[in-house]
Design a protein around this ligand. Structure first.
Ligand code: ATP
Length: 324
């Protein structure tokens, strides 16, 4: 072994991995009261969509370092690039839990496309991507279940994002092809972390986010104060997914958080009304706690045309499709 080879061996190899951090929509969402731990009890169907952020991880081992030095950057200047970022928290959690003696530098770069604080789980998905990426970079060999358990400590939507990336990310899906939790769509119960994979919906869609942010905590608090005229029938929507019965699915697309968010933020009502009256969508719903609204379209052309119209109303409008 030459001197240079020895150096490389002592310091290990630099490693890099890029993970696609996909967004999600809720095909339905019900809030069923408070759990003992203070979280709301939910029942919802979560569906992964192709709209994604790119999360690039680069790790440089350094035996001379004191521990793990994390740094990060994103293309959204208003997002924190320190411990407040969920991606950073994911890296710290993975290091502390699985490799507490790790020494080196970790760089996280996120190219964001998913609107922030939009009900699309953008932050949770970035968090899941770091969990997956470090499982690979540090050769931890963890299953989707293990990775979900780690993710649940950082946010209720993280486990679903972990499962979705295991099924859809080009660099992960082969390794997880036989993992029973790798999936594109799931029923979530409890605080949203008890997940059962179900067949996904195959659809084009348009997404439009009004230029406001809705805090998830605010919407969940608010929904306790409002009347809820209609709740989704989860077994029915699952039956629709299994039978690929689009009518049955669309009939049960209900999100109880709309009862708070639409009342509190008229711009979400405006967005929904415009999508309803001017776009060729089969069914519309607010995703998560909002303010994003999505509309299902029968083909790509309708989704593109709907996106063109919605861009005239909300700059952050996209055409995309579900992953299957
Ligand atoms: P969810 O559907 O899981 O509630 P969301 O779409 O409502 O997610 P996020 O985009 O995850 O919301 O952002 C919520 C908050 O998290 C923002 O105020 C943002 O400052 C913070 N945050 C921390 N890390 C990130 C990240 N990597 N990407 C986006 N937001 C982040």
């Amino acid at each position: 072994m030459g001197k240079d080879d020895q150096e490389a061996y002592m310091h290990g190899e630099n490693k890099r991995i890029e993970i696609k951090a996909y967004a999600k929509i809720n095909l339905c969402l019900d809030v069923q009261g408070l759990l003992e731990n203070g979280y709301h009890q939910v029942a919802m169907v979560m569906q992964q969509i192709l709209l994604c952020d790119d999360v690039l991880l680069r790790f440089t081992p350094d035996e001379g370092a004191e521990g793990l030095a994390i740094s990060m950057g994103t293309n959204r200047p208003y997002l924190p690039t320190d411990r407040r970022n969920l991606a950073w928290q994911a890296a710290e959690l993975m290091a502390q839990t699985y490799v507490p003696d790790i020494k080196g530098r970790l760089r996280i770069d996120i190219k964001k496309r998913i609107p922030v604080a939009a009900g699309l789980a953008g932050g949770s998905s970035n968090c899941a991507a770091v969990i997956h990426g470090l499982n690979r970079i540090w050769d931890l060999g963890l299953s989707v279940k293990d990775l979900c358990e780690a993710g649940a400590r950082l946010g209720s939507d993280v486990p679903f994002c972990v499962m979705g990336q295991a099924a859809a990310d080009p660099g992960l899906r082969v390794a997880f092809a036989h993992d029973p939790l790798a999936c594109h769509c799931a029923v979530a119960t409890g605080r949203g972390t008890e997940l059962e994979p179900v067949p996904g919906l195959d659809s084009h869609l348009v997404l439009s986010k009004p230029p406001i942010s809705v805090s998830t905590a605010e919407a969940y608090r608010g929904v306790d104060e409002v009347e809820i005229p209609r709740r989704p029938d989860i077994p029915e929507i699952v039956r629709g997914l299994r039978k690929k019965d689009r009518d049955l699915i669309e009939k049960n697309m209900v999100n109880v958080l709309e009862n708070f968010t639409l009342k509190r933020y008229p711009i979400v009502v405006y967005t929904k009304d415009k999508m309803q009256s001017e776009c060729n969508c089969d069914a519309l719903l607010m995703s998560g706690s909002g303010p994003s609204v999505f509309g299902l379209c029968t083909d790509r052309e309708s989704a593109q045309e709907a996106c063109r119209i919605m861009k005239g109303i909300n700059r952050e409008s996209f055409w995309t499709r579900t992953t299957v």
